[in-house]
Design a protein around this ligand. Sequence first.
Ligand SMILES: Cc1cc2nc3c(=O)[nH]c(=O)nc-3n(C[C@H](O)[C@H](O)[C@H](O)COP(=O)(O)OP(=O)(O)OC[C@H]3O[C@@H](n4cnc5c(N)ncnc54)[C@H](O)[C@@H]3O)c2cc1C
Ligand code: SF4
Length: 541
Amino acid sequence: MTKNEPCDVLIIGAGATGSLSATVLARAGLDVVCLEQGDWVEAGDHPHYSADWTWQRRTNWNSDVNKRHHPDDYPVVTDSSQVLMWNGVGGSTNVYGAIWPRYRPSDFRKFDEHGLQPNWPISYEDVAPFYEAADRMIGVSGLAGDAAMPPRDKPPTRPLPFTKAAGRLAQAFDQLDWHWWPAEAGVISENYDGRPACNGCGVCNGCPRGSMSKYSLSIWPKALAAGAKLRTHARVLRIEKGLDGRATGALFIDRNTGITEFQPARLVIVAANGVGTPRLLLASDNLANQSDQVGRNLLHHTLVSSEMWVEEPIESHMGYVASLISREFAETDTSRGFVNGFNFNCLTSTSSAGEVAAGWITDTKAPWGRDHHRWFERHFGRCIGIHAIGDDLPNPDNRVSIDPSVCDKDGVPVATLHYQPGENDRRMMNYMLDRLVDIAKAAGAFEYALQDYRDKDGVYRTPAWHMIGTCRMGEDPETSVVNKWNQSWDVPNLFIVDGSVLATGGVVNPTPTISALALRAATYIRDNFRELSGTTRSAAA
Ligand SMILES: Cc1cc2nc3c(=O)[nH]c(=O)nc-3n(C[C@H](O)[C@H](O)[C@H](O)COP(=O)(O)OP(=O)(O)OC[C@H]3O[C@@H](n4cnc5c(N)ncnc54)[C@H](O)[C@@H]3O)c2cc1C
Ligand code: SF4
């Protein structure tokens, strides 16, 4: 085993939150090393301009780790969800949709509201300045002024063009008298930070142009320029702890050489996402888990979806993937028969003709034979997709766990994932499906289809692209894994900054909130490094 020179801060995982932490801490002059099991994905590596893009999207570029079978991945055994993530520099932002909404103030105090979820130890106001800072660093487009949200700064680039699909939906929402707002996006509408503006090509889900602000393009160059060291193909096997109860560093394998190395560090940050982080902590002799909460309370949003087709050609194969967001049902109204709320993410459509014919969100397929071309002409460019995303209640049995007897080829126990919606979530799903029908009717769709992600046996097999809750933040060491600064209650020089710390899921895509919290935690570490690391190095002063 090789022992490397000690560093100030070791970051495990070079995804969204690892990159932000590295930037803040390297800019402060700290010696930062980040270990990432995967590789770089350049904008030009995305296969969207290839003739077989649709095929590649379903095979080697599938967002589901268990369908992609890439050597950078690790296996996740699941009896339920489709496990969507990307393992490489920039993490899952290599394939994300970059829909960029914020939580609402009420998302931070759900216990006060109905007692079925915890309160966060912090408020919206604590996070708000970091939302703004993250937007500027990452590169975001949008329109300030949504009356359903607290006031905010103007996004760094103007809103993306309002597409025909958006216009059609806006009319439908107006007819229903429901809230809507143009979707904010982690996509730049103007040239920004050395990257080109979105051209509306419509092939999102990874952007071949670099206009979508995946973190390998928007953040890692800043971290590297500030002196952070990033090692790719470096898979962490376990985090080590000393007799004094403090983290000492991590054991990892260099996947190019096969040599096991130890990286000593004064402070360790885990940024391996809502699955990778609990897996690693559990595999490190149950590290930071005196509460028995590591891996529990997995949230990935209650999800149902629809597709609708309208007569008028609305060029729905063009433009950035998201069009509108509606927060009409974001708050609890118990007269609906459940607590918590949901949001509509309205999409344009898939740009891929093959996917239109072979089935997209609802798996609606073009018939073969005589009617094929007629069906295709009637449906292509006329489709709108909607995801209804709800705030699921935590359940300790929805969890990431490990089975020490089943290991990957590097000897790390594989992650096992179980998730099923509870009674409240199921009531919400049924209500959301009815509201999706309302939208289809108001939009004058000649056809619509619904997707509730339940298989023929009633097992909910949702696409799990939001992995949160598995190391949640809280006020009480007995019921949470980290405190309000993302610091482990048990191991004082161990911080968890990825999506696993979110105590509630909110009704929206989580990455703006995950990013803001990572910036907040990194700023705290920067400002208190001397005390947190137990060192008197001058860099921390
Ligand atoms: C298909 C898809 C669409 C999405 N769309 C949206 C969207 O529109 N809006 C939104 O807000 N969010 C979206 N998301 C979610 C978003 O990508 C995540 O919220 C975000 O990337 C989480 O950041 P993270 O730092 O927690 O983890 P990640 O970005 O997943 O990074 C974790 C990193 O840790 C590394 N790692 C794990 N274990 C180890 C180990 N043992 N050793 C070394 N490295 C390790 C991984 O390789 C990975 O690179 C989407 C996700 C997917 C998959
Ligand atoms: S529409 Fe914009 S964000 Fe989407 S792939 Fe094209 S250039 Fe990238």
